[in-house]
Ligand binder design. Sequence first.
Ligand SMILES: [Zn+2]
Length: 196
Amino acid sequence: MLMEIRKMKRACREQWEAMIDLAEGRAESNTASSHLSTCAECQARFADLKRMFSAMSIPRYQTPAELKLSAKGLMPKREPASPIRMRLIHSSWGLSGARSTGQDFQAIFGHESAEVRMMYTLTEDGWEVTGRLPDAHWQAFREGSSLPTDTEGRFYFLIQNLADSGITLVGPTERLAIPAGSIALEEESDGSSERL
Ligand SMILES: [Zn+2]
């Protein structure tokens, strides 16, 4: 709706710039305000503008409590279980060429607002799985327990079966269900995952 400025009625288009200022809280405009009170289309556009500006003004490193408040009142509600994208990367290809697929690979999981790169390495002791939280407000959980992280937000665990490597990342306003590394490998053999 925001982008269809050319399709607006002339009376609306004339108030558009003033409405942007109004929504941003930069300037008052009596003509824009009175147009708003009579035009349902502009009321909807204005609500979109307000949402957009409030989403833009939220600093990246707000505390979770503050973020929660802004999310409640101002931001469009984020779906807790957003569909996740994944991209598989064979880190051992190219350079060494010696290892076969599945012994050492990385996958990136995420969506627009958060992304995590997971690394899977087969060792004599099992699969070493490492990753890093999107930022300090996130936590990683595996089988109901929180995974310890270092000061940089990196976490690590060792498992025998790659199919058990699924974890959940919980952020201030959403959670990411990271599927097991084996799922990322399967998706790729289906041709549905992009390889770098
Ligand atoms: Zn209008």
